[in-house]
Design a protein around this ligand. Sequence first.
Ligand code: C2E
Ligand code: CA
Ligand code: CA
Ligand code: CA
Length: 277
Amino acid sequence: IRSSGGNGIGLYDEAMGKAAAHYLSLSTDLKYAVQNNELRLHYQPKVEAATGRLVGMEALVRWMHPKRGMISPAEFIPIAEDTGLIVEIGRWVLHEACRQNAAWQRDGLRALRVAVNLSARQFRSTNLLSEIDAAIAQTGLPVNALELEITESMVMDDPDTLIELLNAIRQRGIYLALDDFGTGHSSLSYLKRFPIDCIKIDRAFIKDLPDNLDDVAIVKTIVAMAKALDMSTVAEGVETAEQLALLNTIDCDQIQGFFFSRPLAADDFLAFYRKHN
Ligand code: C2E
Ligand code: CA
Ligand code: CA
Ligand code: CA
């Protein structure tokens, strides 16, 4: 990269160089993250809006880098997608989420559904279905205790193949949720064709509730539409009692967000369960 004017390397180039070096270094390290046991799952509680009852949790991956400390998925999942490492990482996440939830159920916790994020690239890998079957078979998790979260971006390239795959997943009794709803480009006609159990309303529409009346109208409409399509709704990123109260008046089914809990390491999640049960 050359700077546009002058003869030295500009600040811009230096920043670009640093970013590129950082990216390269992370992507090299990420190759060994799974085999070196550096990935962890945190679990964020999902509760019933009306009662506050714990109903499930979303598994969110973290990378414990030996030198850099904990790296957020927002930073390394894009790298994992670019490099194709997402397939191996995704397989680990799916297996670990199923293993942990099956272990909790064997320890006598009441049935909770664990939600696992799938990335677009992972969805295109042809053996996803057999990986799901393997995770279920190897861990013994009841299929109805697993939920998979997909995003609207996956709809874009080949909706028919996607719908076929989603149907196969759902026929097994696994739940499907549409994540980050409202931020993608999928049309309502797709939504109608999609075998989806649940819509997760993106935090972008929640954060200014209840003061922003446009957002109130949007969230109300999404909840009403979901009900008409026989889907349930989860509000993401709920941080305040006022947001929760508003969401209750419009009949949103479930709530996830810092108001109840941040994502928790497995031990802390167990403590949360015992306290709220
Ligand atoms: P997401 O699937 O939309 O997950 C929700 C994110 O919102 C999480 O960030 C969570 O910590 C954060 N969050 C939850 N409640 C609140 C709240 O009340 N306020 C605010 N400000 N934030 C809240 P996290 O854990 O950093 O994950 C970021 C993204 O990384 C996820 O967004 C998801 O797209 C991706 N990701 C995480 N784990 C995985 C994984 O195992 N596989 C794949 N493919 N992607 C993952
Ligand atoms: Ca998610
Ligand atoms: Ca989300
Ligand atoms: Ca998101």
